[in-house]
Design a protein around this ligand. Structure first.
Ligand code: ZN
Length: 501
């Protein structure tokens, strides 16, 4: 290796370490704001974040960075596959960032830091009007940035690609049409039965007891408590500093133990993905999950395909009975399974059952698509939201708090993210079919530890972090391209059995 190349590679490592430190600082501020920071303290954080984002922008777009990346890209043949991937990922980010004028980038970061607070308040007070101007700014910035980045491409396609490389509206439309065609009639048949009325409704779960369940579940999943802990926030999330320091959060409701239970399993799935990255990716652009679709495939794999399966529920029921003896005294494994899988059109996405869930996602996708196309103004989002809930789920939306203000994504600037949830669910179903060729999944669920399942996923997915694009990785895992029929067939089989339809 030439002396010049050695020096350049040192610069590359140094650049990525600095980016890591910048992300670490921003994430710490975010974690603090979502967990323990007092209510009226967002101003100071906003200032600090704006300065950090300016620094981050400068680091990613300054002349020396671009020259370094271009030099290394021209000498690709001399790089290891890992180094080449680092350069490729950094160049992709750089291409996006450099199209945005710095003033606009910083102004947008300020809007985002304000938006979180405005959205929380608007949701609590059922006041869309107070959130509307900020939401409009966020949509406008995202549309503008997408057009700067890829002037010749439909801006919503560009947006989808930021979360799932390779995804387009055409693919989404086809995918959602397949789901709609199969799921809507099945939900209709289920609603015609009186089964839901016979399922027990359990209440009164002390938070301290629920925390015991959290610990048990994380242990069952094989999550190392020395590298991952669970905190409490309004909305559950996963945040990774490094592969050795991952945080998950949940929210406890006394009347609804399932919310926290399945939040922990879901976020635990994200955490396993992050914790399972190989050491060589640490402090580089390759660290961390490759896309939101793949990430959601891992979280929803554990939440639904495993966590809501009869085998898993049967296996953990004795422990659940031990923690909540009064509530679960007369509950049999089959009753618990049916209760947990109660399918019912509802208002809130995060509380939706596995079957109706994708329809919630579809509604958000259609709204985003229309706003990006200029066919729907932000002012009219509440009305369109309510109309689509009636059309797809047959429910009336009583307030914007339970309607278009329910999710945190838009206030965080994540437009184009929602389809990853549905896509991830469907990826997972195909991965499960592949896993069954090697593992007796039901036997593992009953064994007291899900580690063999996590190990299977770890070998094929986690360890690679962002080495491969999502489509490539998916085919490496499944040996075939993505096919939504696995997911549709899984749902039809499971819910036809439970409801006898
Ligand atoms: Zn998730």
């Amino acid at each position: 290796m030439t002396e010049e190349m050695t020096a350049k590679l040192e610069q590359l490592a140094e650049l990525q370490k600095k980016m890591y430190a910048f992300n670490y600082a921003s994430s710490s501020i975010y974690l603090d704001s979502a967990t323990v920071a007092p209510k009226d303290t967002e101003e100071g954080r906003g200032e600090a974040l704006a300065i950090l984002s300016e620094y981050g922008y400068d680091l990613a777009t300054r002349k020396e960075t671009i020259e370094l990346l271009e030099y290394l890209n021209e000498h690709k043949d001399e790089l290891t596959p890992h180094q080449a991937r680092e350069v490729e990922l950094l160049l992709r980010d750089n291409e996006f960032m450099k199209t945005i004028p710095v003033e606009e980038y910083i102004a947008y970061q300020k809007v985002l830091s304000k938006a979180d607070y405005v959205w929380h308040k608007a949701k609590a007070e059922n006041d869309f009007e107070s959130f509307r101007p900020v939401l409009k700014e966020i949509f406008d910035y995202n549309i503008k940035f997408a057009k700067y980045y890829k002037p010749d491409q439909n801006p919503y396609d560009t947006q989808l690609n930021m979360f799932e490389r390779g995804l387009t509206m055409e693919k989404c439309d086809k995918f959602f049409a397949t789901l709609r065609e199969h799921i809507v009639p099945l939900i209709k048949k289920i609603c015609e039965t009186s089964k839901n009325e016979t399922l027990p409704v359990l209440t009164g779960f002390p938070v301290e007891k629920q925390k015991e369940l959290t610990k048990y579940l994380m242990d069952y999943m094989g999550i190392d408590p020395n590298h991952c802990v669970c905190g409490e926030t309004e909305h559950p999330f996963t945040l990774e500093f490094t592969k050795d320091d991952v945080r998950i959060t949940t929210h406890y409701y006394e009347e609804n133990f399932e919310f926290s239970m399945y939040s922990v399993i879901h976020e635990g799935g994200h955490a396993l993905y992050e914790l399972g990255g190989a050491d060589e990716h640490k402090y580089t652009a390759v660290a961390g999950g490759v896309s939101m679709g793949i990430h959601e495939s891992q979280s929803r794999f554990f939440e639904n395909l495993i966590g809501r399966s009869e085998a898993f529920i049967t296996a953990i029921l004795p422990k659940v009975k031990e923690i909540f003896p009064k509530q679960f005294r007369d509950i049999t494994p089959r009753m618990a399974y049916e209760m947990i899988n109660k399918a019912q059109p509802s208002l809130i996405r995060t509380e939706a059952d596995e079957l109706t869930y994708c329809l919630h996602v579809m509604i958000r996708y259609e709204i985003e698509k229309k706003v990006f196309a200029g066919e729907l103004s932000v002012d009219d989002i509440p009305a369109e939201w309510n109309r689509l809930y009636k059309e797809y789920l047959g429910v009336d939306v009583p307030s914007d708090s339970e309607g278009c203000l329910q999710d945190s994504h838009w206030s965080g600037g994540s437009i184009g993210y929602f389809p990853s949830y549905a896509l991830g669910s469907a990826y997972g179903a195909q991965m499960l079919a592949k896993m069954r060729e090697d593992i007796d999944v039901e036997a593992v669920c009953a064994s007291g530890s899900l580690k063999p399942i996590a190990d299977w996923l770890g070998e094929r997915i986690y360890q690679h972090a962002s080495m491969y694009d999502p489509e490539v990785l998916f085919e490496m895992v499944c040996g075939a391209p993505f096919d939504p029929t696995y997911y549709v067939e899984y749902l039809e089989k499971k819910f036809s059995d439970i409801y006898g339809v």
